[in-house]
Design a protein around this ligand. Structure first.
Ligand code: MG
Length: 172
């Protein structure tokens, strides 16, 4: 049985993932507004992935007989000066999410809740990827140093990103 404390913590994480989704949707809209179609695509996929993260936690809570309680989603920023500013905020935000996942993992260890600990392993690995991809794009954007042709090329590359369902949601 999931402890009440763990249920609350997992519910809080569902809200955090939905907040992430909302943040990236806002970034996608802002990028589209700047004519950066590729960046808009990249964040639109990120938006879907964050909803998937919430869904993984929802499925898990339900499978353990827990109760899912949806909380209001707090407001997100709507304006950024540049694509670089968006990715810098993305990295800072993902670092915060990593610490939330680590806190959940620590709680699972503390409570000897092996099933929750096992489920969280996927998220621990996912966060390494999330931070790495944001860092890589920040490096590229810094390299071009506001050069318009460079931004055009990076935007084109980002247009090629495609969505794929995360493994915990793939039905056998
Ligand atoms: Mg996430």
């Amino acid at each position: 049985m999931l402890s009440q404390k763990m249920q609350s913590a997992l519910n809080a994480q569902i809200n955090a993932e939905m907040w992430s989704a909302y943040l990236y949707l806002s970034m996608s809209m802002a990028a589209a507004d700047k004519g950066l179609k590729g960046v808009a695509n990249w964040f639109a996929i990120q938006f879907k992935e964050e909803q998937d993260h919430a869904q993984i936690f929802i499925n898990y809570l339900l499978s353990r007989g827990g109760r899912v309680l949806l909380e209001p989603i707090a407001a997100v920023d709507t304006e950024w000066d540049s694509a670089l500013a968006m990715f810098e905020q993305t990295l800072t935000h993902e670092q915060k999410v990593t610490s939330l996942i680590n806190d959940l993992y620590n709680l699972a260890i503390e409570e000897k809740d092996h099933a929750t600990r096992s489920m969280l392993t996927w998220f621990v690995d996912e966060q390494v990827e999330e931070e790495d991809s944001a860092r890589e794009i920040i490096d590229q954007l810094r390299m071009i140093d506001c050069n318009k042709l460079g931004l055009y090329m990076i935007d084109k590359e980002m247009a090629a990103r495609v969505y794929s369902t995360p493994s915990p949601l793939v039905k056998e």
